[in-house]
Design a protein around this ligand. Structure first.
Ligand SMILES: *Cc1c(COP(=O)(O)O)cnc(C)c1O
Length: 393
């Protein structure tokens, strides 16, 4: 009898929470992926924006392997050098003051929410607890971050959800203002500068600025969820840097450690002292291996790389704008949403057949390629994608 296939094992033993593509990847090399039959693919998805420098990147590997051989874990009862180094780099590059490390985007957001509530409780008592988020947002899969997520489809099955969230439509300043004026329980507003899972929908810069200014005037904290948009993805280290605001709290994850699970929540001078000893924690958070991977990622996100990210994003937009079957293009840098006449999921499947990995978000094809994707490889993959979109139009 032959060994069971990955599909049989998956069907038998893995909880069926994902609608998976019919492919089993075995190895990667930069932006190339290889499946178990040896077929090669160009990866424009980076494992949902995680492998910031591609698969098995040599510099990242070196940093991680060096750390694997020295010290893998001691817990947060003790100091470790990679974590301390990473915190310094994140603060120096952003002007934020302190960092809390966790293991995922949802956890980074949980920490942001806890911090916002405690900030308010410390100053205004226990009644000022509501965190405002935007309709069509996505903030994670825990009960609390699902409650924060401004999409009704996520508010089924798991009742009761955490209380204390209000959702307002994006790009509608009056709706936010009216809520703040009529509800004294608001302690924070949390938003993605580009709603990723919501279909790669950037917020208007003017709206973001108005909201941030009004919030600041009312001592309402501004929390920016940079889980997907962060770590160079949009052409700046964090996307808020292109919106002219200075957030009180920033959460990030996905690309931060280049393929290892890591979340980070950054605090400014207003919020740096809110979480005190014992008020929050994580067993794995900031562990030396993930931190070493993240240091190598953050070190490489310099001005030269960021201008390449912008230029390559621009290339994708120009190559696809007006192409047959393309209705519109959204996003910033190497975070790109493509609205197509054909079904996005069907396009993703056909691209996979032809050796190109793309993502979807809502009704759009979504691209989150490695930040250092070579131009010729990008050109080849975008050519195939364009062909598929055109043929299926
Ligand atoms: C992916 C994502 C999350 C959740 O991150 P996990 O690591 O899956 O918990 C939260 N917010 C945004 C904006 C995301 O894109």
């Amino acid at each position: 009898m032959s060994a069971p296939s990955y599909k049989e094992l998956d069907t038998t033993y893995i909880a069926h929470t994902y609608g998976r593509f019919d492919v089993c990847f075995e190895k990667g090399d930069g932006v190339l992926l290889y499946d178990t039959t040896g077929k090669e693919y160009i990866d424009l998805g980076s494992g949902i924006g995680v492998t910031a420098f591609g698969s098995a990147d040599a510099l990242w590997q070196q940093a991680v392997i060096h750390q694997v051989k020295r010290l893998n874990h001691v817990s947060n009862l003790y100091h470790t050098l990679p974590q301390a180094t990473l915190a310094e780099k994140l603060c120096q590059k952003t002007g934020m003051k302190k960092v809390f490390f966790s293991n995922s985007g949802a956890e980074a957001n949980e920490c942001a929410i806890k911090t916002a509530r405690k900030y308010s409780a410390d100053r205004y008592g226990d009644e000022r607890t509501t965190v405002v988020t935007l309709v069509n947002s996505f903030h994670g899969r825990t009960i609390t971050t699902l409650a924060a997520t401004g999409q009704d489809v996520f508010h089924q099955h798991f009742h009761p959800f955490t209380k204390g969230f209000a959702h307002v439509p994006a790009n509608d300043f009056d709706a936010f203002k009216q809520l703040v004026d009529s509800d004294s329980s608001i302690c924070a507003i949390m938003m993605e500068m580009i709603q990723g899972e919501g279909g790669v929908m950037p917020l208007d810069a003017g709206y973001v600025k108005q909201v941030a200014d009004y919030a600041a005037a009312h001592d309402i904290l501004v929390v920016v969820d940079e889980v997907q948009t962060g770590n160079g993805r949009t052409g700046t280290l964090y996307s808020y840097m292109q919106f002219g605001i200075a957030p009180d709290i920033v959460s990030t994850a996905k690309g931060l450690a280049g393929g290892l699970p890591m979340g980070a929540t950054l605090f400014n001078d207003k919020t740096e002292g809110v979480l005190d000893a014992g008020s929050h924690g994580s067993t794995f958070g900031g562990n030396p291996i993930c931190a070493a991977g993240a240091v190598s990622v953050i070190d490489r996100i310099d001005d030269a790389l960021l201008s390449e990210v912008k230029a390559k994003g621009q290339y994708i937009r120009e190559a696809l704008t007006g192409a047959p079957g393309v209705l519109s293009i959204s996003g910033m840098g190497l975070m790109v949403g493509i609205e197509t006449t054909a079904d996005a999921k069907a396009i993703a499947n056909e691209c996979l057949n032809r050796g190109v990995v793309v993502l979807t978000a809502k009704n759009k094809v979504r691209l989150l390629p490695a930040l250092n994707i070579p131009r010729d490889t990008l050109k080849k993959a975008v050519g195939i994608l364009k062909e598929v979109i055109g043929e299926m139009a």
